[in-house]
Design a binder for this molecule. Sequence first.
Ligand SMILES: CC(C)(COP(=O)(O)OP(=O)(O)OC[C@H]1O[C@@H](n2cnc3c(N)ncnc32)[C@H](O)[C@@H]1OP(=O)(O)O)[C@@H](O)C(=O)NCCC(=O)NCCS
Length: 208
Amino acid sequence: MSPKPNLLLRYMSTADLPYVMEIDRLSFEIPWSEKSYRYEMNESEQSFMVVLEWYQERTVTRLQKLLHIQPFAERRVVGYGGMWFISGEAHISSIAVHPRGRGRGWGEILLAGMVRRGLMLSAEEVALEVRISNHRAQNLYRKYEFKTVEIKPRYYRNNNEDAFDMRMNVLDAAVCSRFEERYSSLFAAFQLSDHFSDFSPPRNTPKP
Ligand SMILES: CC(C)(COP(=O)(O)OP(=O)(O)OC[C@H]1O[C@@H](n2cnc3c(N)ncnc32)[C@H](O)[C@@H]1OP(=O)(O)O)[C@@H](O)C(=O)NCCC(=O)NCCS
């Protein structure tokens, strides 16, 4: 029997772009350009781009061992997200899970990772916009105690749809404590490693 798959939350890298852009194309009516992704990842000091990677270690059979075939891991980017941190506000710019992976709690992991990255940066507010027709995403945000504070009329240019401006009040200690409980419970539910929410982006890591 294969071991249980693992999940890793980590910073997006250039090598992830084909997978990220495929998920973007399958998820949104106005996908981001490759140039935008490269800018957000490598140049913008305010941007924090994350991917969720699914991986499974493959053990080798006795015959494969005899043939000197090494164990290997199968890896796949199954979702991604983006957050800007500007003037104390963590603003979630994007979040998507591959259509074949939805409904397994992976969107929740991405959202929790970005909220926690914001908290680690001492954000005073976590904000996002969502289409008023996108009930699935709104449910996810409400689960994490985001509240609608305003409607932004005709926010989406492709069809003039309104957006809900949703915010999580991270200055409320009770909200933060319930968030930490939810974040911790994700580790109990999944074989999850988080190399994002408590880590600086690779662009900020001092070079040896
Ligand atoms: C929104 C999205 C990221 C959610 O990811 P997901 O992996 O499917 O969601 P999860 O399995 O983690 O579910 C988390 C919560 O989302 C909500 N949710 C998920 N699927 C739902 C559905 N089919 N109907 C209603 N609510 C749903 C629920 O509140 C769920 O919590 P629960 O399981 O305790 O009920 C995903 O649907 C997606 O990529 N959509 C396309 C891109 C998009 O719309 N992004 C948001 C832009 S603002």
